[in-house]
Ligand binder design. Sequence first.
Ligand SMILES: C[S@@+](CC[C@H](N)C(=O)[O-])C[C@H]1O[C@@H](n2cnc3c(N)ncnc32)[C@H](O)[C@@H]1O
Length: 290
Amino acid sequence: MTRQTAKVVPFKRPLVASIECRDNLEYMRSLPKESMHLVVTSPPYNIGKKYEKRTSRETYIEEQAATIAEAVRLLHPNGSICWQVGNHVDDGEIFPLDIILYGIFKNHGLKLRNRIVWTFGHGLHCQKRFSGRHETILWFTKEDEYTFNLDPVRIPSKYPNKKHFKGPNRGKISSNPLGKNPTDIWDIPNVKANHVEKTLHPCQFPVGLIERLILALTNPGDSVLDPYLGVGSSAIAALKNGRHAYGCDVMREYVDIALDRIEQLHAGSLRVRPMNQPVYDPQGPFTDET
Ligand SMILES: C[S@@+](CC[C@H](N)C(=O)[O-])C[C@H]1O[C@@H](n2cnc3c(N)ncnc32)[C@H](O)[C@@H]1O
């Protein structure tokens, strides 16, 4: 079902920003197969948020399977799919969506490269279980040959001046001067009230989280799709780094915000939290409180 006509925003040529207010199956079926180098998204968790209708777990899984099948059809042979999820919660019991959805990806023959744990500081304070402060990103590839660029996403080494203490390199710096692998545990603030990127969307991605995936898993000029686009954080991360952006969302108000944010990015006025900015530590030297 198309709720509104498509809007394609011309960006710094030759970049494309194809953003539509549309159901994702319909939108994805309009795109050519193997045209996306990265499909990165966060689907609804079926927990009754404003933008979703709570259904049975079976129906939810069927709907996810249909969207995942389209994502696989659209995926370039050297491309990646990143599915960012948390827990479905029912009557106090939690159902981890990565565990539930993993088999669907495997049935398409995809290979899991990382299960990234995204940790953050803010969220509900639970009374009858430990408060949840992490979600995961399942990163799959279609083939064994896939794009992976580590250098653009290296983070500062803890001990950059550490030296080899024996062997032929004794006395030489032992760490990579470009920094270290960011590992599969990412501590990045989630977008809550004081975050510079906050819009009215209740669960938007921090742009820096998606930038890290885009820089590592795609090359400049590649195409990035988010089939649950929300307020366009994936599209912003893509365009900001010279990749084409494709995405859709069923909620008109979110799509309008996404288009507005893209225009702000284009104009140089969009505020985003820098990708590798350290997390605020009240005892540490940094003053950022996002
Ligand atoms: C968890 S949010 C994603 C937020 C997004 N990552 C961002 O940064 O704003 C899930 C989004 O999926 C959208 N959505 C739900 N069902 C959809 C469908 N069938 N097709 C397209 N979008 C859908 C919702 O409106 C919601 O904005």
